[in-house]
Every structure is written in C-alpha cells, then in structure tokens.
Design a protein around this ligand. Structure first.
Ligand SMILES: [Fe+2]
Length: 154
C-alpha cells in the first residue's frame, strides 16, 4: 500500500483549506448501499466516497452537487470541540460524532458556517438510483480517474 496524495493537498474549492480526498472509505460506501437505499426508498448503486478533515476557520460553501451525488449521506466520525451545524435550503441539523444526514445533494443546496471545532472528520457517501437518469455514474470509485486521486493506492 502506498499513499498517493499528501494530506496537505487542499484543492477543494467547496471547503478551501480543508484536508480532503477520495477513496478512503470505499468499503463503507459499499457496505452502506442497502441501508442508504432503504432510507431513500429506491435501489441505489455506489458512485464514490469522499472525506474531509475540517480545521478551525474552514467552512463549506453553499453549493449543490454533481449528478454522481443524487442520493448522499454525510457522516461525522469525529469532532473535537463543539458540535457543528449542517445547513440545507429549508433546515439544519447540529451533528455530533456518529450522526448522519441523508440528502439529495443535486437538488438541495447545502453548506456550513465557520467551523467552531478544532477538528471535524466528515465522510461523504454518494449513490445514484440504478433506474434513474444518473445510473451511468454507478461505480465511479472503481474507475482509473478516482484511483489516481484517492489518498491511498491499493
Ligand atoms: Fe455537497
């Protein structure tokens, strides 16, 4: 196993300055497929996983997601400091470690204000409807493009 990217790589325009990368939790992405399908009430296929470590001063710009993110979850694995609120167009949720928010990232804009914590580890798992218009994005995480950009090469 070889690390293909440095943790100091910060070319993430949605959260400038945060540490981020693809493919660290591909196993969780696969394992959660049935549970996330049940939450959304449709048969889903995984597209890719993405992880971010937010440090003090980071935020998440208001945005919507690309078609690969038709049905998504954001999962807080660790927060050292204060719980941090996740906003979408008509609501918000204060996330603590172990909390997960499921959302339709292509349809609903979402964001975070400035991080109040010293460390927040967030994992994003993205899926598409196997019977929907974005089905062609299924299994992107297995493609060469994603292999080149993930933190770990295995
Ligand atoms: Fe997003």
């Amino acid at each position: 196993m070889e690390r293909s990217k440095n943790l100091s790589d910060t070319d993430d325009c949605q959260a400038p300055g945060a540490f981020s990368g693809y493919g660290l939790h591909w196993d969780l992405l696969e394992d959660m497929t049935d549970e996330v399908s049940e939450v959304f009430g449709r048969e889903l296929a995984p597209t890719y996983d993405y992880s971010r470590i937010y440090i003090p001063g980071n935020d998440l710009k208001r945005h919507s997601d690309r078609p690969s993110c038709e049905c998504s979850v954001t999962l807080n694995l660790r927060n050292i400091g204060s719980p941090w609120e996740f906003f979408w167009e008509d609501g918000s949720f204060v996330m603590e470690p172990g909390d997960l928010v499921a959302y339709r990232g292509c349809e609903v804009e979402h964001w975070r204000e400035v991080n109040p914590s010293s460390y927040v580890y967030q994992v994003f798992l993205h899926y598409v409807d196997v019977n929907g218009p974005n089905a062609g994005h299924a299994n992107e995480y297995m493609s060469e493009k994603y292999r080149e950009n993930r933190w770990l090469d295995f």
